[in-house]
Design a protein around this ligand. Structure first.
Ligand code: NAP
Length: 242
């Protein structure tokens, strides 16, 4: 179903983003792989070994102009932009009382404004195409809140509002927009947590295992294939939020 389509994945050099890029490549999609600091040659080769093309593009999604250039490059290289996965994200955890303005702003700028920037620019391409699938990475923390993550929770709750509004605005042209809310996935982002913090997490996961990047990637592929699901937040969290 996705063979020959173009998927743009932000923050795709590692972790969940890399797994998503690979999952779409296995479905036959050409990949526009946005990375922030660096991407390994092996990652590009792994994607191209699926028999598709991979265009790596370095840049910061919180930069409105860069987001526009990324979409332009994708369209120029592959002729269409069928799937956009807004995966790029950061944390700067701190208790609210001690959180600096910079810690709040940079998380909002990357996670929420970055997502807006990409949706804003891809929407004109998808509106002309009269098709497209946008998948935004939220988090269970955006649904539940979390002590020490007021900035991150606000950004991920904002992503949910952005997703639902985008779904309503673009539905008339056959474009879907959904969010995925992962629970605890073992990546570099969660590697900074202590063993005690990780054990406490496991305690509140009914399925008693951490998520994998592939658990999230398979749901992104599912959402891109289903043209009658829009405006939804899919929790992929082992039952953390029931
Ligand atoms: P990760 O391993 O830290 O990967 C995040 C990626 O985003 C990195 O490649 C990073 O690149 C990139 N990135 C950061 N700032 C960027 C920017 N301004 N522009 C472009 N790319 C940028 O984290 P992950 O666990 O795979 O997380 C992926 C997404 O899932 C994030 O949105 C995260 O909030 C969400 N999520 C993760 C979990 C979890 O448990 N892991 C749970 C819920 C939601 P650099 O390293 O080069 O900066």
């Amino acid at each position: 179903m996705l063979d020959g389509k173009t998927a743009v994945v932000t923050g795709a050099a590692k972790g969940i983003g890399k797994a998503i890029a690979l999952a779409f490549a296995k479905e036959g999609c050409n990949i526009v792989l946005n990375y922030h600091s660096s991407v390994s040659e092996e990652t590009i080769q792994e994607i191209e070994a699926c028999g598709v093309k991979c265009l790596p593009v370095q840049g910061d999604v919180s930069d409105f102009k860069f987001a526009g250039d990324l979409i332009k490059q994708a369209k120029k290289e592959f002729g269409s932009v069928d799937i956009l996965v807004n995966n790029a994200g950061i944390t700067r955890d701190m208790l609210l009382m001690r959180m600096s303005e910079e810690e709040f702003d940079c998380v909002i700028n990357t996670n929420l404004k970055g997502c807006f920037n990409m949706v804003r620019h891809v929407s004109s391409v998808m509106l002309k195409q009269r098709s497209g699938s946008i998948i935004n990475m939220s988090s269970v923390v955006g649904v539940m809140g979390n002590a020490g993550q007021a900035n991150y929770a606000a950004s991920k709750a904002g992503v949910i509002g952005l997703t639902k509004s985008t779904a309503k605005e673009l539905a008339q042209r056959g474009i879907t927009c959904n969010a995925i809310a992962p629970g605890f996935v073992e990546t570099d982002m969660t590697a900074i947590l202590s063993e005690e913090q990780k054990a406490a997490m496991l305690d509140v996961i009914p399925l008693k295992r951490y998520g994998t990047a592939e658990d999230i990637a398979s749901v992104a592929v599912f959402l891109a294939k289903h043209t009658y699901i829009t405006g939804q937040v899919i929790n992929v969290d082992g039952g953390m939020v029931i």
